[in-house]
Design a protein around this ligand. Structure first.
Ligand code: HEC
Length: 163
């Protein structure tokens, strides 16, 4: 019985390897956040190693993304992450949306909810374990972008209305 179950598991594992994830869902960068907001070299590095895999179209897939079901699990995170925030189409969104996302970035980074904890499990992505100064740099950047927006646009255009 036990042997049979093991055998079935092995077969299933082999079969699911034929269902690989799509590693190039989109590589459009036309609305890249850097085309509108200045990003220093050091901040750029931090965002690259800690956020871009799930929040941009510049995802770097690790080798284990080719092993299912790990790849499926990673893909689900990336899709979900990009749905909430995508640096590569950021400037194509409404000003109010951009403003709101900076607010969320501040909150997520302050509360240490981002990068999501599983990203650094098992010693993976050690460079994404952000130090306090790195977190502060992201927060300061988002805050200064919010003040830039509030000094450039009428207050009404910064309020996110559901429609
Ligand atoms: C491994 C994938 C992953 C990484 C890396 C990651 N995120 Fe996320 N992020 C997600 C997912 C999934 C969600 C949506 C679900 C949630 O809120 O937990 C999300 C949501 C967000 C949101 C939106 C929250 C909301 O309420 O809509 C912000 C802002 C955010 N992340 C910022 C960041 C920043 C900044 C970094 C880098 C410091 C980062 N994330 C790194 C996966 C990731």
């Amino acid at each position: 019985m036990f042997k049979k179950i093991l055998y079935l598991l092995l077969i299933s594992f082999i079969v699911i390897q034929f269902f690989q994830i799509n590693k190039t869902p989109s590589n459009a960068l036309s609305g890249d956040i850097k085309t509108k907001y200045s990003v220093s070299e050091s901040l750029d590095k931090t965002l690259k190693v800690a956020c871009n895999d799930c929040h941009s179209n510049e995802t770097k897939y690790p080798w284990y993304a080719s092993i299912q079901p790990i790849g499926w699990w990673l893909q689900a995170h990336m899709n979900e992450g990009k749905k909430h925030l995508n640096f590569s189409n950021f400037t194509e969104r409404r000003i109010a949306y951009q403003n709101h996302k900076f607010e969320e970035i501040i909150e997520m980074v302050e509360k240490k909810e981002m990068p999501i904890p599983s990203y650094t499990w098992l010693g993976l992505h050690p460079e994404a374990k952000l130090t306090d100064p790195q977190r502060q740099e992201i927060i300061d950047w988002a805050k200064s972008n919010m003040s830039l927006l509030s000094s450039t646009y009428p207050p009404d255009s910064l309020v996110l209305k559901r429609n």
